[in-house]
Design a protein around this ligand. Structure first.
Ligand SMILES: NC(=O)c1ccc[n+]([C@@H]2O[C@H](COP(=O)([O-])OP(=O)(O)OC[C@H]3O[C@@H](n4cnc5c(N)ncnc54)[C@H](O)[C@@H]3O)[C@@H](O)[C@H]2O)c1
Length: 260
């Protein structure tokens, strides 16, 4: 029960990782608040998790909207008394496109949601997290550390999330708030399933024929991550087991990052 009594807010909470995190945190004794874009998906996810006996609430909001995010944090604090943890899992992927072809509109949208959205969720939660001496886990990616073919906007956005994480960790350390980045490798979630379906061959230089299994050869441990494996790493970072850890990048990638 590493998160016993904690209240944790997860952006992108109805996504593959968000849902796995909600289940994991609840099973560790936390109460979880999900936030995601689509009201009906939020409602469906909350219904499902509550039917599993978990203590979950949900709000529909765009994580790039500061007023909406502040409102959610206010509701969380007035209902539960505190906010102890924030996980910024909301994000979008990039359709495969080379640097010379990518539309500026696409580039800006990816930076806006992945980077500004992370910043906004953090800004909205900072006061509450200082009050609780809480913790933040951002969701960056191993693609923050190395180039990926035709994925410049996504890779740059995730590198920016990692840099932002260190920046915020430095600024909040004096308040006892820890801030760390989770860097997942390829993880079997709707995001990656869609990527394989729509433009796998372009991203992976013709190696993929519409199957998640095609990622395996590039991963030293020989398989994709399960969302639950990202959730357990996030739980560790949020918990007191990580009480002297701040500003780090935790790769959960089956060894991909050691290859450079
Ligand atoms: N799946 C992977 O292989 C992988 C690898 C590395 C990093 N990541 C990152 O992990 C995070 C979670 O991804 P996932 O794999 O669970 O994908 P997912 O698509 O299943 O979940 C992402 C969620 O973010 C939500 N979202 C998007 N824009 C939003 C916005 N403006 N406001 C609120 N919510 C918004 C989506 O609705 C979705 O539910 C993302 O940031 C992603 O970039 C994923």
């Amino acid at each position: 029960m590493r998160l016993s009594g904690d209240v944790i807010l997860i952006t992108g909470g109805t996504g593959g990782m968000g849902l796995a995190m909600a289940r994991r945190f609840c099973s560790s004794g936390a109460r979880v608040v999900l936030c995601d874009l689509d009201p009906s998906s939020v409602e469906k996810a909350v219904k499902q998790l509550v039917s599993e006996g978990l203590q979950v609430k949900g709000y529909a909001a765009d994580t790039t909207n500061l007023e909406s995010m502040k409102e959610i944090v206010q509701k969380v604090v007035s209902e539960f008394g505190a906010l102890n943890g924030l996980v910024t899992a909301a994000g979008i992927r990039q359709t495969a496109e080379s640097v010379d072809k990518i539309e500026l509109e696409t580039w800006n949208l990816i930076q806006h949601i992945n980077v500004t959205g992370t910043l906004v969720a953090i800004k909205a939660s900072t006061e509450a997290l200082i009050a609780s001496k809480g913790s933040i886990v951002t969701v960056s990616s191993v693609t923050a550390l190395a180039a990926r073919m035709n994925q410049s906007a996504y890779c740059v956005s995730k590198a920016a999330v990692l840099s932002l994480t260190k920046q915020v960790a430095l600024e909040l350390a004096k308040h006892g708030v820890r801030v760390n980045a989770l860097l997942p490798g390829v993880t079997a979630t709707p995001m990656i399933e869609q990527a394989v379906r729509t433009d796998g061959p372009k991203v992976l230089e013709e190696k993929v024929k519409g199957s998640l299994e095609a990622f395996r050869p590039g991963i030293p441990l020989g398989r994709l991550a399960k969302p639950e494996e990202q959730a357990s790493a996030a739980e560790f970072l949020l918990s007191q087991d990580a009480s002297f850890i701040t500003g780090i990048a935790l790769c959960v990638d089956g060894g991909v990052s050691m290859l450079g």
